[in-house]
Design a protein around this ligand. Structure first.
Ligand SMILES: Nc1ncnc2c1ncn2[C@@H]1O[C@H](COP(=O)(O)OP(=O)(O)O)[C@@H](O)[C@H]1O
Ligand SMILES: N[C@@H](CC(=O)OP(=O)(O)O)C(=O)O
Length: 276
């Protein structure tokens, strides 16, 4: 029985129809006999709305309260996805980051993971449940909720895959993998079958990226091989690993510098993703 960690980003859980579609995908994999740990992000745009709300009541909200608020975005999706799975008669166990055993330092809004105690996840998997984990969050040693920086659900998934020694780690988004440039801005960008951690980090440094750089650094350090793929199709995505067999890095290095469109892609631009 393979242990699979999946992560569904905000674009994949943007509304209840999307959540139902994700539940369908999970149900299929569960029925195939896989053990599943599913990390979810807040529904697209929710984290930004929560930030705007916070700033309406305080120009510079305190980190502890801000993290308490921001973590609710992922918790909402976690609860809704667990309900959607129950509607399909699949046992699902929703967990906050803290309940999943994710312990961080106390750097609110950009906390670093100190360790993960996966006992509860293992127990739930042994009971046959699909474990649904709220991404982007943990708990510090004082018991306060923390968040892992923008894009931090990627880090939750990669770190869980490392700790659980998962057989597969799948990062689901709204494009079919990693392209030579942002496919929404560069129509003739081509999808890569494979890319190395270093090439992914180079893409991030040049402003065009599909994942939080800290997550890629973490994956590189702990040798977590993962696949970036679409939750809207069954097309194989892009495998990210230490070495790639081709010279695709040449293509990557020659991609044009692009500014991701805010309308579609809020929070994914250079500093918002990599600066923490
Ligand atoms: N090189 C690239 N390859 C693929 N997607 C990219 C790339 N650079 C930027 N992107 C953008 O990343 C988006 C996915 O990130 P995001 O919108 O944050 O998704 P999610 O909600 O799944 O985290 C894609 O829609 C695409 O526009
Ligand atoms: N909701 C958080 C965490 C996250 O990772 O989101 P996404 O997977 O949609 O990039 C953010 O907006 O930063």
């Amino acid at each position: 029985m393979a242990l699979v960690v999946q992560k569904y980003g905000g674009t994949s859980v943007a509304d209840v129809q999307c959540i139902a579609r994700v539940a369908e995908r999970i149900a299929r994999r569960h029925e195939e006999g896989n053990r599943l740990v599913v990390v979810v992000s807040a529904m697209s745009g929710v984290t930004d709305s929560l930030l705007r709300l916070a700033r309406q009541v305080h120009p510079e909200p305190m980190g502890r309260e801000l993290d308490f608020l921001l973590a609710t975005g992922e918790q909402t999706t976690t609860a809704l996805l667990a309900m959607a799975l129950h509607a399909k008669k699949i046992r699902a166990a929703p967990l906050t980051g803290a309940q999943a055993g994710i312990v961080t330092d106390g750097s609110h809004t950009r906390a670093r993971i100190l360790n993960i105690g996966p006992k509860k996840i293992h127990r739930l998997l042994d009971e046959g449940a699909v474990v649904v984990v709220a991404g982007f969050q943990g708990q510090d040693l004082q018991g306060s909720i923390t968040t892992l920086g923008r894009g931090g659900s990627d880090l939750t998934a990669i770190a869980l895959a490392a700790v659980l020694k998962a057989d597969r780690c799948e990062i689901y988004t709204d494009v079919e993998g990693v392209f030579t440039a942002d496919p929404r801005m560069v129509p003739d960008a081509t999808k890569l079958d494979e890319i190395s951690y270093d090439e992914m980090l180079e893409m991030a440094a040049s402003g065009s990226k599909v994942m939080q750089s800290r997550s890629v650094e973490f994956a590189k350090k702990f040798r977590v091989v993962f696949e970036v793929r679409s939750s809207f199709s069954d097309t194989p995505g892009t495998i990210v690993k230490a070495e790639t067999k081709s010279m695709e890095d040449v293509v990557v290095r020659h991609q044009p510098r692009t500014e991701p469109s805010k309308a579609h892609h809020s929070g994914r631009s250079g500093s918002a993703r990599s600066g923490r």
